[in-house]
Design a protein around this ligand. Sequence first.
Ligand code: KIV
Length: 265
Amino acid sequence: MSNVTLSTLRRMKQAGEKFTSLTAYDAAFAHVLDEAGVEVLLVGDSLGMVVQGKDTTLPVTMDEMVYHTQMVARGSRRALVMTDMPFLSYATPPQALANAARLMKEGGAHCVKLEVHGGMVDTVKHLADYGVPVCAHLGLLPQTVHKLGGYKVQGRDSDSANEMIACAQAMAHAGADLLLLECVPSRLAAEITAAVDVPVIGIGAGPDTDGQVLVLYDMLGITPGKRPKFSMDFLPPAGSIAGAVGAYVQAVKEKRFPGPEHCVD
Ligand code: KIV
C-alpha cells in the first residue's frame, strides 16, 4: 500500500470512498493503526485529557505535542500524521507559522490542525502560503470550552449554521487542505461537505462527511466516565485492539458507522 497523502484523500472524496482517522499518541498504537489501514493518525491535544488525565485540553504544551508527534511518526509507515496545534500556540500568523514549523520539522507531522473561527482566515492563509498543510477544525472547539460553557452541539440554529458554512468556505478558499467538523447536526455536516472541494472529516457529525475520526481510547472503551453518544466501543465484539481498529475501518468504509444512534441531531 502506498503512503497516504492529501492527494489520496482528495481522490477518495471525489470517488465517494470514505476514509478513516483515529487519534494516536505513541508509537505502539500508531503501528497498530497504520497496519489496520487507518488513513490519518491524529495526534490530538485530547491527549491532555485521555493520556494525562487533565480536565480539558488547554494545558497541553507545544513541547508535549512535538514529543507525542515524534512517537507517532516513528510508529507509522504509510498513514498521514496530523497534529493539533495546542491552545494559544497560533494566536497570530507568525506565531502559528513558527509553531507549525516545529511540529513538522522536529515532530515529523505532515499536517497541522487548528481550531478556527471566521477571524482566522489570515492565519490559515499565512500557513498555506508557506506550504504548511492545514486542517481547519470547526463546530465544537474544545479549546474554547470555557467560553462555550461546556461541550455542546454547535450549529443548531440557522444563524450559527450559516456562519459555519461561510467559515468552512472561507477556510477552504484561504488554503486549508482539510476540514474537521466536531459535534454538528448531520444535515449541516452534509451541506458543508458538499459545499467545499477539500475533504471533510467528521466526529459526531453524521454519516455524510468524507472521513470519520474518533478518539482512540473512546473506541477501545478505556476512557474513564461516560462515552460520548457519537462514539462506539469496538473492542468487545472484536476481542483485540487490532481487531477493534480493523472493525472500525471496515464499518466506516462500508458506511455502517456512524449509524443514526451516533448522530447528535
Ligand atoms: O484532539 C482531538 O482528539 C481532536 C478530535 C476530537 C477530533 O481534535
